[in-house]
Design a protein around this ligand. Structure first.
Ligand SMILES: NC(=O)c1ccc[n+]([C@@H]2O[C@H](COP(=O)([O-])OP(=O)(O)OC[C@H]3O[C@@H](n4cnc5c(N)ncnc54)[C@H](O)[C@@H]3O)[C@@H](O)[C@H]2O)c1
Length: 334
């Protein structure tokens, strides 16, 4: 039996990847420090330790004997990273150095790094993999640094790696009480509690959302096929680009909610138009969009309803507080 080790296994992506490999008959294990994930997300049958990626020695015994590693753990905060750069960089770039080092020391065959479209910064859209990355904020810089670390370490010491670049994935198990990220989840959680969604700027920022079930096959192939070794591939659709205001309108329609959004000043370094080309994923991974945005949103709504909408958790220290720090965070308005 093959063995896979997954970091961030109690988070959104990590828990779904774990479930998929478990269902394929793999031995699945993983770690999470529960800063963003929940133990309840870890699928049954998965061996799980509460451990921090930064504490390398603590998970060396668990990673031992693994054929494949998915490094999904990160404090994945685009906007917040501008105001909490030390925390985000540590849990993204330093954490990757620790996990990649542990994987190489344990002789794993393949390492899949979950990067982010933040690697592209404000390049012209749609972002394609051959573009020279130009990350603009600390999160994007930490993701790009991590990619380079992974590439350098695996090219030097052997084993293969691939870089998955997911973008705006939505679906059940995504955290919805986090005021700093996951725009669709935040809007659903607020509307279910009778609160108007908050929109930064005029809502014209354009995004393209992917549904988790549509991207899992691709993530699996990033770790299991020879043709993806050494490749960087955008993971997600490029068909249904939507503005943040339209997203609020869609959710309101699905919830039958009388929409009157609250507009707040734009956040610094927020990219206006961020969409990725899916051509390489279609070519190398057989990517196909099967779930419409509305169906994806419906499934998230039912999940959040089943868990119960809740108050937001302001767990992170805002390291830099000045006139550009969003008031929504400083004054806990979300
Ligand atoms: N979901 C998306 O739309 C999306 C888009 C682009 C990139 N990504 C990347 O995919 C990965 C997974 O994202 P997600 O949406 O599942 O986020 P998530 O927050 O649900 O999962 C990340 C998990 O990592 C854990 N974690 C954070 N720091 C840790 C540390 N130091 N040690 C151990 N565990 C730690 C958290 O507790 C959490 O459970 C991240 O690397 C993220 O940057 C996700």
């Amino acid at each position: 039996m093959s063995k896979v080790f997954i970091t961030g296994v109690a988070g959104f992506l990590g828990s779904h990847v774990a479930e998929r490999f478990r269902d394929m008959g793999w031995e699945v294990c993983g770690i999470d420090n529960l800063s963003g994930g929940r133990s309840a997300n870890v699928p049954e049958g998965v061996e799980f330790d509460i451990a921090d990626c930064l504490d390398r020695a603590s998970y060396l015994p668990l990673i031992s004997g693994s054929d494949l590693v998915y490094h999904c753990a990160s404090t994945a905060y685009d906007g917040l990273s501008v105001f909490a750069p030390a925390m985000v960089f540590r849990n993204t770039a330093q954490a990757t150095a620790d996990v990649a080092s542990a994987a190489i020391a344990s002789n794993v065959d393949r390492f899949v790094y979950c990067s982010s479209m933040a690697r592209y910064g404000a390049l012209s859209t749609p972002f394609t993999e051959e573009m020279e990355p130009q990350p603009a904020n600390p999160y994007g810089i930490a993701k790009r640094t991590s990619e380079q670390l992974v590439q350098s370490l695996f090219e030097t010491h052997g084993g293969t790696y691939s870089i998955a670049v997911p973008h705006n994935i939505i679906g059940p198990r995504q955290r919805y009480d986090d005021p700093y990220r996951n725009v669709a989840s935040i809007m659903i959680n607020r509307m279910l509690r009778g609160l108007q969604p908050i929109i930064y700027g005029d809502g014209s920022h354009m995004r393209c959302f992917s549904f988790i079930q549509d991207v899992l096959f691709c993530l699996e192939r990033m770790g299991t096929t020879p043709e993806t070794a050494g490749e960087t591939i955008n993971i997600g659709p490029d068909e249904e680009v939507i503005s943040i205001l339209e997203l609020a309108e869609r959710i309101a329609e699905l919830l039958n909610f009388p929409l009157d959004p609250i507009f707040m000043p734009d956040r610094p370094l927020e990219v206006r138009l961020a969409t990725c080309s899916a051509d390489k994923a279609r070519r190398l991974l057989g990517y196909k969009t099967s779930t419409s945005l509305n169906d994806g949103l419906r499934s998230m709504i039912s999940w959040i309803e089943s868990q119960g909408p809740t108050e937001f958790n302001y767990q992170w220290e805002i390291e830099i507080q000045n006139e550009s720090t969003p008031k929504t965070w400083l004054n806990r308005l979300i």
